[in-house]
Design a protein around this ligand. Sequence first.
Ligand code: HEC
Length: 116
Amino acid sequence: MTAFPRKLAVLLALALSAGAAGARAQSAVADGQKLAFDRGKGNCLTCHAIKGGDLPGTIGPELKDLKTKYPDRNELTAIIYDETKRNPQTMMPPFGRNRILTEQEISAIVDFLQTL
Ligand code: HEC
């Protein structure tokens, strides 16, 4: 009779940790959206239309279907970190290189972009 509750406890612990991981991923997406829309942080809307964002600019392309276009999240990270590496003429600020955003903030923004 002692084996059963232990199994149950393990299952419960597994279910809880899966739930926590899901909640963490969700909050990274929400943080990323906030950072992307924040005029004092990512300020991405100045140049990009993004679903859910107000008054976007049109200097850059609309940000959508990014998971299809860049299946590897490292590519998206690199674009935000320093787009001048891909395109020396770009208008897009090198958010990572110039320390406008931390690596953690960029990672949250990438999580958000992958939902678009
Ligand atoms: C000053 C304007 C400007 C700002 C601000 C800006 N971008 Fe960009 N972005 C561009 C331009 C222009 C391009 C087009 C590619 C290039 O210039 O190399 C681009 C391209 C991109 C791409 C590639 C899109 C594609 O379809 O290939 C992504 C992803 C991106 N930007 C994300 C962001 C994010 C996220 C932010 C905010 C943290 C941001 N950008 C802020 C101007 C900007």
